[in-house]
Design a protein around this ligand. Structure first.
Ligand code: GLU
Length: 278
């Protein structure tokens, strides 16, 4: 049985790219799960959670099993982080807040940020930790020694091997947020029994680090379907600042949701947009 998932962040209304991802996820899975990635409490808003349900209903996309809401699952992420820490695979890092804030959201299209390892060999200092904002980072050198470079398999059977430069000391958690995107993603994909991770090709750079975390935490290995992205005709990404039309606006303009899903699955995108090669 193929179990897929759609994992939007409620930091705005869904747009055409989300509809495409959800449509592919639903169509590729025998069972389809919905997860709300709302760990970034500064950007996520309850009304956008309602918007996700409303937009999926309009598209005619339903899901199996109760919705998994990340903000309700913090103890699970903490346990995973503690496990890594107890095994010498995570360390406290006192470097910049900007880095740390960024780690909560999926890094669409960005290359993995490299970290020079400044705090990697600091002796543990509980007092400093109690008084200073910090994050928890993966000790990737120690991790790779255990597992070697991770590999992953795409849905069509192609296998890939990570390169050393794909893997850095990724942030796992921070003092005031229990998990980064990478850590919460692998813990929750396993919790939901996801066998195929369906997401945009812009998130492919996240796959090596997530495969490494799965191995370290003893989690099952899913297959991956990194789908092409829908962009504006000139190649610009769909984003709020690029005035991407929201699904809510398309509905108000009279578009029929299920028809849109059928067209997207047939590779037809509305005029003004195109599918970029994955
Ligand atoms: N929450 C992420 C997003 O908004 C999805 C990450 C994933 O599918 O792994 O794009």
């Amino acid at each position: 049985m193929i179990v897929t998932r759609f994992a939007p962040s409620p930091s705005g209304r869904l747009h055409l790219g989300h509809a495409y991802s959800a449509a592919i996820g639903r169509a590729a899975g025998d069972s389809f799960r919905l997860r709300i990635e709302d760990l970034d409490q500064t950007r996520c808003k309850p009304e956008f959670v309602d918007g996700i349900f409303e937009d999926l209903r309009w598209l005619g996309i339903d899901w199996d099993e109760p919705v998994l809401v990340q903000s309700q699952r913090t103890a699970h992420y903490q346990a995973a982080r503690d496990d890594l820490r107890a095994r010498g695979l995570a360390y406290a890092c006192f470097c910049t807040r900007a880095d740390i804030a960024q780690s909560l959201t999926a890094p669409h299209g960005d290359a993995a940020t490299s970290y020079p390892g400044t705090c990697r060999h600091l002796p543990d200092d509980p007092e400093r930790r109690a008084s200073t904002p910090h994050s928890w980072r993966l000790n990737s050198a120690a991790a790779l020694e255990l597992t070697g470079l991770p590999t992953w398999t795409e849905h069509d059977g192609r296998t890939f091997s990570a390169k050393a430069e794909d893997i850095g000391d990724a942030i796992l958690a921070r003092k005031d947020a229990p998990a980064s995107y990478h850590l919460s993603c692998v813990v929750d994909d396993a919790e939901s029994g996801v066998t195929m991770v369906v997401r945009g090709a812009d998130l492919r750079p996240s796959t090596p680090i997530q495969r490494l975390l799965q191995q370290l935490l003893g989690l099952p290995e899913p297959a991956y379907l990194h789908h092409p992205l829908i962009t504006h005709l000139d190649g610009r990404r769909l984003a709020k600042r690029d005035l991407a039309p929201t699904l809510a606006a398309m509905r108000d303009a009279g578009v029929d949701g299920p028809t849109l899903v059928r067209q997207l699955l047939a590779g037809e995108v509305p005029s003004g947009f195109r599918l970029q090669d994955a």
